[in-house]
Design a binder for this molecule. Structure first.
Ligand code: CDP
Length: 219
């Protein structure tokens, strides 16, 4: 990795608060941010648009290889249908291989904050700081349900919880880059923390790793 290693890897299960935290950390450290879940979501969206089965490895790989930056700008990447299809395409090794170099290039030059499932284990095993962000199933289901409601999606809390648990189980049990905390990751349980408290706890971990925030840290 060139220059000073300024990679922050943030992994964890669905709706644990990774995205909010990663965005704030990136702003505080003046680093670009990549939501790697969007890559898998965009591949899934392309597969669904072609009426192809997201579980078919050949379709999934073809769409991963054809992915364009505009695909990441779409506003229909966070639907329950795409949640499920993203976990399916993400279990295909060829899809993960197709997305690997983009992720590495994104962080390699000047550093970056990336969130996902395998950033600390596979994409950047030598990241400067690794956080594994988690929370109880109930807390995460409730957060996702509130997010969906805020976007006008009317879903039952029980259904949101069941979908989320199924996706976590699939992510954790797949053979290719399963969801797990890297051995050297710091686990941050946000069940009882609000966004400010989670951010403060994360900043303490980053400081331990020698990454200190500038004056915009309070933004
Ligand atoms: O926002 P949420 O945490 O629910 O999901 P996401 O981060 O957008 O990821 C969607 C799906 O993409 C996950 O359930 C994983 O199956 C897959 N994913 C992955 O396999 N590896 C990553 N680095 C990021 C996401």
């Amino acid at each position: 990795m060139s220059g000073a290693n300024r990679i922050v890897a943030i992994d964890g299960p669905a709706a644990a608060g990774k995205g909010t935290l990663a965005r704030r950390i990136a702003r505080a450290l003046g680093l670009p941010y990549l939501d790697t879940g969007l890559l898998y979501r965009a591949v899934a969206r392309r597969v669904l648009d072609r009426d192809a089965g997201p579980a078919d490895p050949a379709h999934a790989e073809a769409e991963a290889l054809a992915l364009r930056s505009e695909d990441l700008e779409r506003t229909d990447l966070r639907t329950p249908e795409v949640d499920r299809a993203a976990a399916l395409v993400a279990s295909v090794p060829a899809v993960r291989a197709a997305l690997l170099s983009f992720q590495r290039r994104f962080g390699r030059e000047g550093g970056a904050v990336l969130d996902g499932r395998d950033i600390g284990t596979i994409i950047f095993p030598d990241a400067r700081a690794k956080l594994f962000v988690t929370a109880s199933v109930d807390a995460r289901a409730r957060r996702r349900w509130l997010e969906l409601r805020a976007r006008g999606v009317d879903a039952a809390l029980d259904a949101v919880r069941a979908d989320m648990q199924a996706r976590d189980a699939a992510d954790a049990s797949r053979a290719a880059a399963p969801l797990r905390a890297a051995d050297d990751a710091v686990v941050l349980d946000t069940t009882a923390l609000d966004a400010d408290q989670a951010f403060a706890a994360a900043l303490a971990v980053l400081a331990q790793a020698g990454l200190t925030a500038g004056p915009s840290a309070e933004a």
